[in-house]
Write a protein of this length. Structure first.
Length: 138
């Protein structure tokens, strides 16, 4: 984590308020989150210790990446998640309330890419749809 944070900081990115095991960077209209690999795996429902696990992304093949889409409400999470499942996504974690105060679910797309759809009540959106960091929770 420290190496990754230092690398992006050296590129001129400024870390925003962040909880433990995560570093958030506001990058224009997006938020880039760097996670501790083990913490991200646990949060995403991926068992990186089990090479026999057939969950997409499990074992040594998992690259430690999760794509995220932040939406404006828990209902939006449910709607987007249902659309993904209808389109062929494989559920890793059904949408639910999260320990940090938000609501999210995790799936893999048909090509095995891991996605999280999340509502973070501490973040906001600009009029043009850009995600804006909040106070570091979530």
């Amino acid at each position: 984590m420290d190496r990754a944070r230092d690398f992006y900081t050296a590129l001129g990115w400024q870390p925003g308020p962040s909880p433990e095991h995560i570093v958030f960077f506001q990058t224009g209209g997006m938020v880039v989150a760097l996670w501790d690999r083990q913490a991200l795996a646990v949060d995403s429902g991926i068992d990186i210790e089990d090479d026999t696990e057939d969950t997409p992304g499990s074992g040594d093949g998992w690259g430690g990446k999760v794509l995220g889409l932040n939406v404006a409400s828990a209902a939006d999470v449910d709607e987007q998640f249902a659309s993904a499942v209808s389109a062929g996504a494989e559920v890793l974690r059904v949408p639910c309330s999260r320990f940090w105060g938000g609501y999210s679910g995790v799936f893999t797309d048909p090509d095995g890419h891991v996605w999280e759809i999340a509502y973070n009540p501490y973040w906001s959106f600009s009029e043009d749809g850009a995600t804006l960091l909040g106070d570091g929770r979530g």
